[in-house]
Design a protein around this ligand. Sequence first.
Ligand SMILES: C[S@@+](CC[C@H](N)C(=O)[O-])C[C@H]1O[C@@H](n2cnc3c(N)ncnc32)[C@H](O)[C@@H]1O
Length: 279
Amino acid sequence: MPDRPAENVSRGNLSRLLEKVHAERNLDLAQLRSRYVERRIGTRLHALGLHTYRQYATYLDAHPDEYPLLIDALTINVTQFFRDTPVWETLCANVIPPLLKAKTERGRRVLRVWCAGCATGEEPYSVAMCVLSVIEDLGLSGIVLNVIGTDIDRRALAVAKQAEYPNSRLGEIPRRFRDSYLEVADETFRIGSSVRRCVKLHYLDLFGEPPVNVVDLVMCRNVFIYFNREDQERITASFFKGLTHGGYLVLGRSERLARGLADRFEVVSTSDRVYRRVK
Ligand SMILES: C[S@@+](CC[C@H](N)C(=O)[O-])C[C@H]1O[C@@H](n2cnc3c(N)ncnc32)[C@H](O)[C@@H]1O
């Protein structure tokens, strides 16, 4: 189906539609490129035989089950290695070193990271590479890294478990990580065994199963876009409980911490959506 913006529509109508989606789903689409948003929403209008954003807003009111389809249209193929470079710079500089320092000071050995909604594995492998490199840079020994990647999509998890990606994706991975942590062949590369052995992947529905507990860092990025505000708040409350004292939570760049949870976290980086559990 061709991507096309709604016909005969004014930008004002689109802004109102985006405000509505923000108010009802806490999904801040203003963060995304407007041409992209117009094209993707256009596919939904076309599929429904609608012509204006206003008609679509009315349709959403009458058919709330349209929201997941809108979100699917907006989130096709959206994971990648080291997605949103500044977030990874913040993690490497301001999150992982203090976590490792606190571990070593307390004589603890295991650092646990949970990637909730890990899709095809790029995020858990990226975070594992990041932590392993900081451990090496700091000259630490005896730290055990456990990265747990979970998702509701079993097909995505199967891809993640293969840990093999086309070489056209190599550019997503910083050179120093490529040299240390990848096994590159003619057409594909595989995540190296030193990284794979730190990463466990399994099915987990954020609404069905108990959350992963005793974690130092939760990454739940670009997943809340699927949920309404109440559910976002409920899931964030479960992350709070699962985090160790002083542990960190990272959300996607178009997502925000639910208002009701603001007093339980301090902001580490507003733009990168990095929060720290207040003790
Ligand atoms: C857009 S991807 C995000 C991937 C990665 N976190 C990133 O930011 O690149 C969102 C993922 O959330 C997963 N997801 C959606 N609802 C979920 C739920 N209830 N429980 C677990 N995962 C869910 C989807 O299957 C999808 O793989």
